[in-house]
Design a binder for this molecule. Structure first.
Ligand code: LMR
Length: 328
């Protein structure tokens, strides 16, 4: 009897040790290429997390919509099929209206202003905005400013996009932005854009240089206008219930790895976009249309109605706080 009890106790210890030895698997799914700002930051996070928590965590990064694409990744996070994702700030419409502030056209002058807003009290508070929906924000990651592209030779002023079909991210603000210019927006997952451009399902799209380059959009577009009319940035998020149950030392290590990966990726983002702009220019497939101040003013004016429309849902105070970040 005694022996049997001892054997059972030993077996229990062996099981507990094995369980302890098995690393916690953290699946990180995203939709862009490894060589983009988000792709690089995700790989850095893996490297740092595994170094800080040796044998305790294994981070598996799935780029390029390999595991889950837009639409599915949020659902997968909430179901626990993946632990970290980093959707663009334009893709949170269903969960909070506050993040729509990032989509207002011509709000931020540059990524430095976006960064300042994200680090302000109001910006940081947005990371916790979706807690009640079981979503915890871990960090903001940068990509860059958006450019506009079409399959037409002429793309300089808003009149050039009238009647054209554009792929947009799933954002009501972006939908209104294209409607304000008399164009026809169509919400579509990122992984489907290349083919939609190639087959003419849509005529154009808006994106950063790094996405235009890594997805080869420049091969199936004739002109890319350097509008810098908006921003693509990300919120890195996790399943709050999963996070809260993690042992404290794991939480701490993962948060530290996230903070350092954020610094690293955000420091690279601008260089990657400038590098990819040059690679697109060198490829000589799509023309890069530079714009005069007067041209830019026309785009700004055409997109202006969007602000009024969304101000009630976003909140005037948040818009003001974001605007203030331009002046600091
Ligand atoms: C897009 O859908 O165009 C972007 O949000 C993709 C990304 O994650 O950069």
């Amino acid at each position: 009897m005694k022996l049997a009890r001892l054997a059972a106790a030993l077996a229990a210890i062996a099981l507990a040790t094995a369980a302890q030895a098995a690393p916690i698997v953290v699946k990180f799914s995203h939709v862009v290429a490894d060589k983009t700002p988000k792709g690089q930051a995700a790989l850095k996070f893996k490297e740092l997390a595994e170094k800080k928590l040796p044998g305790k965590v294994e981070v598996q990064v799935f780029p390029n919509s390999q595991l889950f694409g837009d639409g599915k990744e949020m659902e997968a996070l909430l179901l626990g099929d993946v632990q970290i994702i980093a959707p663009s700030l334009s893709k949170f419409d269903r969960y909070t209206k506050k993040l729509q502030v990032f989509d207002l056209p011509f709000l931020f002058h540059d990524i430095a202003a976006v960064d300042r807003f994200q680090h302000s009290a109001k910006g940081k508070a947005l990371l916790d905005e979706m807690r009640s929906k079981n979503i915890k924000g871990l960090a903001y990651w940068h990509n860059g400013m958006k450019q506009l592209s079409t399959n037409k030779d002429q793309l300089r002023v808003p009149a050039d996009v009238k009647g054209l079909k554009f792929r947009i991210q799933s954002s009501d603000v972006l939908e209104a932005q294209f409607r304000a210019m008399g164009a026809n927006p169509q919400k579509m997952a990122f992984s489907e854009v290349y083919q939609a451009l190639q087959t003419g399902v849509v005529d154009g799209q808006e994106n950063t240089w790094s996405n235009i380059y890594s997805q080869k959009f420049y091969e199936v577009q004739k002109t890319i206008a350097e509008t810098n009319h908006g921003v693509i940035d990300y919120m890195v998020i996790t399943n709050a219930k999963w996070w809260d149950k993690l042992p404290k030392d794991i939480q701490k290590g993962l948060q530290e790895a996230m903070d350092e990966a954020t610094q690293y990726g955000n420091g690279l983002a601008n260089d990657i976009n400038q590098r990819d702009k040059k690679l697109i220019a060198d490829a000589g497939k799509a023309k890069i249309q530079e714009l005069s101040k007067a041209d830019v003013a026309q785009w700004q004016k055409a997109m202006e109605p969007v602000w009024k429309k969304f101000e009630p849902q976003i909140g005037k105070d948040l818009i003001q706080a974001a605007l203030k970040a331009n002046d600091q």
